[in-house]
Design a protein around this ligand. Sequence first.
Ligand code: SAM
Ligand code: SF4
Length: 317
Amino acid sequence: MTDQFGRNIDYLRISITDRCNLRCRYCMPEGVDLVEHRDLLRYEELLAVARAAVPLGITHFKVTGGEPLVRRGCLEFLKELKALPGVETVTLTTNGTLLAPLVKDLARLGIDGVNISLDTTDPVEYARITGTDCLAEVLRSIGACVEAGIATKLNCVLLVDCRDHLVPLAALARDRAIDVRFIEQMPIGAGGHGLDGDTALEILRSQWPDLHPVEERRGFGPAVYYASGALRGRIGFISALSHKFCGNCNRVRLTSTGLLKPCLCYGEGTDLRRVLRQTPEGLSAALAEAVFRKPRAHCFGDPAAVTEQKRMNEIGG
Ligand code: SAM
Ligand code: SF4
């Protein structure tokens, strides 16, 4: 459906849990007060939201968290979501630590893509950023996804001190057809100031001078992609701060407690959990209203205007 500014909204990110086995320093370094299980949407409630979203033209779904794979039953949920009539794509965003043993099942259920978050290939740095030593598991998961033929993207947050990490990360796209994407850090949760996408591109060009932009559609998001003759995969940039892309935004988000968030930087949203539990017949109308009222643009350029207090692990990224 189109929102009040004529944008076509066809993509919903669903955070299925606020829990996570990592403590990324820009997300939830000290952990957080976890929400009660009864406050999380149950899988059947999430499926009800998806069923209501499809007739509105929202047919692409991303399952995220917290870490989605720590919630019991995630695989079965993905399978049911993928099988819903009208659903076009279902993808998963994960930190990759628990993924490798599940890859064959994901391929079997027809997952349309997996995004794996990885900010460095250096084990010491990885431990410093995430608070854990799971790098080997993540690398194993990346290999397993590629082997299973799953469309795989790596997501790397551009930290202020990440310059040395960029070339080794991008080199993961050298021999394998995976896309490596660099994401500007956003002032949400523990996120602060980071490197910008243009600086990251400059650093990568010192290694691959022929990196050039390509007009390719490689998903449903705002990433801008670059290619090099020396890389099989593409290098992507998601530069929400330095290259605002709100005019083309196609998405809304559902938090783990059922708040439908029309824009990342505002805390306001529509409480779909209340609707689901008290007036379920109003679900479609509530969803349509929330999508229609999506704000024109984010306000990260004006920190005083940012009203979002939740962390990324509740929102889902
Ligand atoms: N745990 C999963 C993961 O890490 O992929 C899914 C949830 S995580 C919140 C989703 C994405 O948000 C990850 O790629 C993570 O790096 C990103 N993220 C978290 N905090 C961020 C911030 N402050 N700015 C930009 N991206 C952030
Ligand atoms: Fe967990 Fe993902 Fe947040 Fe890292 S970014 S702490 S993996 S939810």
